[in-house]
Design a protein around this ligand. Structure first.
Ligand SMILES: Cc1ncc(COP(=O)(O)O)c(C=O)c1O
Length: 442
């Protein structure tokens, strides 16, 4: 007992915060105490315009009645059901509803509790699929530089963000990485998909030649790399990746934890870019961010490869205590209802031209060296302060928060991804505030 912290209700010391400068935060905390639709309420009562849908997840806006009511009702009706060798109706209903909005052929869903777990699940399905098909020699996993696939060991192994990897030893073996697609010299200030860099996908052929196709299980990419600072796929890039994977019998996994559920103007990026992967990982917008939940979509070809052997045996030794949890399932069903009733899975397509125009108008602001956009995603890259990378964008983040706007920064890049319910007036307000902030940061 003697070394316990002397905690009071408002003591901030015990919570070791995720992906946060803990000491800086605790000196000057930014506390959110409420939220409604497009706004948070800060602890001092200020309204904060949500420019990031929380963490790319609150696609329908905050505290939507249908979702909160569904959660309350489910909690009183069936709070938990064992996930193994048992079921409850809402998980099955949800899987069917998800298949309905997924790209054709994505007919089966595995549930997880987060995007990170969705990634681990997909990587394990890929390895086990090849083994089930008699190709157990396909053990390699290929990711991409600057990729973000969550924080678990599989995800950071195929991921390509150095600070997320370097502290954690040898990671998974048998992993290689394709180059990222960021070509600022040729593509800076491109609206939508860059013209240059599609052929970077051919680097996958080089990796296949190096390792031999017979050793490679899967390639995983974010269709739009989000967490690294928004890298839009160059024209032709995703199609070429698909062709190379198909040619060599390699599974292609799209990590759509950010792009899923309407962010680009279609339910999934696979539909938006018209490139079909073999698996899709998703989370975030699945429950509007309200309850932790992820989903992995797989094709019938993959699913059916497991459905063999004696029927009383478990086909895939994987799952979580909370896979398809009743309250999460109820939240996701209500979220899908809200998306459908308000046309939110395609709304970004209508708003995107206006968004693009207003975003790129910031080109003349101080320190701006690139602007990128797709759907309702935007990124503004700032020239780093010499010798102090990340500081300029972080100051912009702090100032924006003071001015009533939530933005997200990664390195010296400002990323924007508002809830899909944003109005044109609120888009104007967001960029007016941001213009002011950019004019003030040193
Ligand atoms: C593409 C991608 N994959 C995986 C994840 C991890 O999701 P989670 O934080 O829910 O584990 C994220 C989170 O931002 C992501 O953007």
């Amino acid at each position: 007992m003697s070394n316990r912290l002397n905690t009071t209700p408002n003591d901030l010391r015990a919570f070791w915060m995720p992906f946060t400068a803990n000491r800086q935060f605790k000196q000057n905390p930014r506390m959110l105490v409420g939220a409604k639709d497009m706004h948070f309420t800060a602890s001092d009562g200020r309204k904060i315009l949500d420019g990031t849908a929380g963490l790319w997840c609150v696609n329908a806006g905050h505290c939507r009645p249908k979702i909160t009511e569904a959660i309350a009702q489910q909690a009183g009706e069936l709070d938990y059901a064992p996930a193994f060798q048992m079921g409850h109706p809402k998980a099955f209903e949800l899987a069917n509803r998800l298949v309905d909005i997924a790209p054709d052929g994505m007919n089966h869903v595995l549930f997880t509790n987060s995007g990170s777990e969705a990634v681990e699940t997909a990587l394990k399905v890929a390895l086990a699929y090849h083994r089930a098909k008699g190709n157990g020699g396909r053990f390699r996993l290929i990711g991409r530089e600057r990729g973000y696939h969550g924080v678990n060991f599989g995800g950071i192994s195929v991921g390509g963000i150095v600070s997320n990897r370097k502290m954690f030893g040898t990671l998974l073996t048998g992993v290689d990485h394709m180059p990222h697609t960021h070509l600022p010299a040729q593509n800076a200030f491109t609206k939508g998909q860059p013209e240059h860099g599609g052929d970077i996908a051919s680097e996958l052929e080089r990796i296949v030649t190096l390792h031999d196709a017979s050793t490679i299980a899967a390639v995983i990419v974010e269709p739009v790399a989000g967490s690294t600072g928004v890298l839009i796929p160059p024209k032709g890039y995703l199609k070429m990746l698909r062709e190379i994977c198909t040619k060599h019998g390699i599974l292609l996994i799209f990590d759509e934890v950010i792009t899923g559920y309407g962010r680009l103007g279609a339910p999934f990026a696979a539909q938006h870019y018209d490139v079909m992967p073999d698996m899709i990982t998703s989370a975030k917008g699945l429950t509007n961010g309200v309850i932790p939940m992820g989903a992995v979509f797989v094709t019938s070809e993959i699913h059916d490869a497991f459905m063999q052997g004696p029927e009383h045996l478990i086909e895939f030794f994987h799952g979580y205590t909370y896979s398809g949890n009743p309250i999460a399932s109820a939240a996701a069903l209500a979220t899908l209802d809200t998306y459908r009733e308000e046309g939110l899975l395609t709304r970004a397509a209508d708003l995107s031209p206006y968004w693009e125009e207003q975003l790129h108008a910031l080109r003349d602001c101080p320190h701006v060296i690139d602007i990128r956009n797709t759907g309702l995603i935007g990124a503004i890259e700032l020239e780093p302060i010499a010798g102090e990378p990340t500081k300029r964008a972080f100051s912009a983040f702090l100032r924006a928060f003071e001015d009533g706007l939530l933005i997200r920064t990664t390195g010296d890049i400002i990323a924007l991804s508002p809830p899909l319910i944003i109005s044109k007036d609120q888009i104007d307000e967001l960029f007016e505030k941001l213009r002011k902030v950019l004019g003030q940061v040193a």
